[in-house]
Design a protein around this ligand. Structure first.
Ligand SMILES: [Mn+2]
Length: 505
């Protein structure tokens, strides 16, 4: 078999064969939506291949985390959604005979390689937009099914009319792990890999497998978050990526807009949701939205962003977060940010009872924290330097959400959208002690796509400015993070302001 991503097929088979040689495997994954789905895909694949395993999660795969992994009895360690960037340290463990690493990742590799290293970047595939950690894990899972002999379904299924069936049955999709494509897409969407409203490249190949296997459905739809679960007026009010005057951020306006449409807005006393509308009803709302945007002068390029490809998990109930890849990934992020990776993993693995309830309550709590954080920033304001703006939340906003809060506050009164925003927050006590006891501060930075087009690269800013003050950091052009020693904030701000100034000049 060549698998969903032919460029990666040989390496995936080598990794799968190596895993099958093991008596048991330690699975280590990153704590975020992509890492959780990566772990769920790998865990399902290992289980189906009959390999005993245990799962651990790390927020950061630093030296201490790798040492604790090396200290276990496991001789084979499967890293998913991280590992490439830490290959220098992992390689030392390998040399010392602590364990054999198998890596399914999509981040920039460190200056060292290893034999069982599955990463799109090694094969000319973009790891930021074409394949996520979950995608790499999926490629590995497909190879595992193949080489373990679990998939003995080379013969195409025969349809009842005697022709070749196009959609595989559930059992076959399970046998060759194609049913896991749905989780791979949740991971890709959670890692913001969609651009121009849809997934591309290897991700699109995985979508095609998922559709074929009957677990995914795609369609052109409104590109607004919350189509499954948000009451219609809230769906429109909270849709602020494309600001529509008189609707976005306008509770009464959104309601008035809907009431003017002559639609049945409530059913059994409850607001209807987008996912429950008929196609005709969706059409009515969508064209009215576009019309309103045009009449209020929203630029055409922005209006195009109102529509995109939706990724629907066909086997999940309509009207739940799990049905929509984007809502599913948000639910997972809510578990990850509150150190409940176990809950997110259980949901991915099919727990629809206690774990799902817990995840939902974590999400409600997360939303509450976000809105309190945004209120705090808006009330207290930010400090403006020449090229950047910043605030210090101390311990009043969790360091795991301070970056999102900063990004969401941009555009509010006093918070500019024409400068990147930097947010400081104290690391929680337990983490500070884990990193050796010296007090550290987390910095999160957020920009806008238009700033990135003008030259902003926050991953460079965070890396250089943090290292200049004895910290470390990195990330993406539009969003990045760093850790700096407590007390170095002012110096960090000066350096970051300088670098951003150079980038935008
Ligand atoms: Mn990832």
């Amino acid at each position: 078999m060549t698998g969903p991503v032919p460029e990666l097929a040989d390496r995936a088979v080598a990794c799968a064969n190596r895993l099958l040689e093991a008596d048991r495997v330690l699975l280590a994954s990153h704590i975020d939506a992509d890492g959780l789905t990566s772990a769920a895909i790998a865990a399902s694949a290992l289980e189906r291949a009959g390999l005993p395993f245990e799962t651990v999660f790390e927020k950061q795969l630093d030296e201490a985390a790798i040492e604790s992994i090396a200290a276990t009895e496991y001789e084979t360690v499967l890293f998913t959604d991280f590992g490439s960037g830490q290959l220098d340290i992992i390689g030392e463990c390998e040399d010392a005979g602590a364990f054999t690493p198998v890596i399914a990742d999509h981040h920039q590799p460190a200056e060292r390689d290893t034999e069982y290293h599955l990463n799109p970047l090694l094969f000319g595939i973009n790891g930021a937009s074409e394949l996520s950690g979950a995608g790499a894990s999926y490629v590995l899972a497909r190879a595992l099914a193949d080489v373990s002999g679990q998939a003995d379904a080379d013969d195409p299924p025969v349809a009842t009319d005697g022709g070749t069936a196009t959609a595989a049955t559930g059992t076959e999709a399970h046998a060759d792990n194609r049913d896991l494509a749905a989780l791979a897409i949740v991971g890709a969407v959670g890692d913001m890999q969609a651009s121009g409203g849809e997934l591309h490249g290897a991700n699109a190949e995985i979508v095609a497998e998922g559709v074929d296997a009957g677990v995914l459905e795609t369609g052109t739809d409104l590109a607004i978050y919350g189509k499954q679960t948000r009451p219609l007026p809230k769906l429109l009010e909270y849709a602020t990526d494309v600001g529509i005057p008189g609707i976005s951020n306008d509770e009464a306006g959104a309601l008035r807009f809907l009431e003017d449409l002559d639609l049945e807005l409530k059913r059994d006393g409850e607001w209807r949701r987008w996912a429950g509308l008929t196609n005709e009803e969706k059409q009515v709302v969508a064209s009215a939205l576009v019309k309103r945007a045009v009449s209020r002068g929203v630029p055409a390029g922005k209006i195009d962003q109102l529509v995109g490809t939706s990724y629907v998990l066909r086997t999940e109930p309509v009207g739940t977060e799990l049905r929509d890849a984007s809502e599913f990934s948000t639910l997972l992020n809510a578990t990850a940010r509150y150190e409940r990776a176990d809950v997110g993993l259980a949901v991915c693995l099919g727990d629809r009872g206690e774990a799902l309830e817990r995840a939902r309550s974590l999400l409600r709590n997360h939303r509450r924290n976000l809105s309190q954080g945004i209120d705090l920033v808006t009330q207290e304001g930010v400090t403006h330097e020449d090229h950047i703006q910043w605030f210090h939340a101390g311990d009043r906003i969790r360091e795991t959400i301070v970056g999102i809060v900063a990004g969401m506050a941009m555009g509010n009164a006093g918070v500019s959208r024409s400068k990147p925003i930097f947010a400081f927050a104290e690391k929680s006590a337990e983490e500070a002690s884990g990193s050796g006891g010296d007090a550290e501060v987390k910095v999160s930075a957020r920009g806008t796509h238009s700033l990135v087009r003008r030259g902003l690269d926050l991953s460079v800013v965070m890396g250089e400015a943090s290292r200049a003050v004895g910290g470390d950091g990195g990330g993406h052009d539009v969003a990045a993070g760093a850790t700096v020693p407590s007390g170095a904030e002012d110096e960090f701000v000066v350096r970051a302001d300088e670098i951003v100034g150079e980038q935008l000049s």
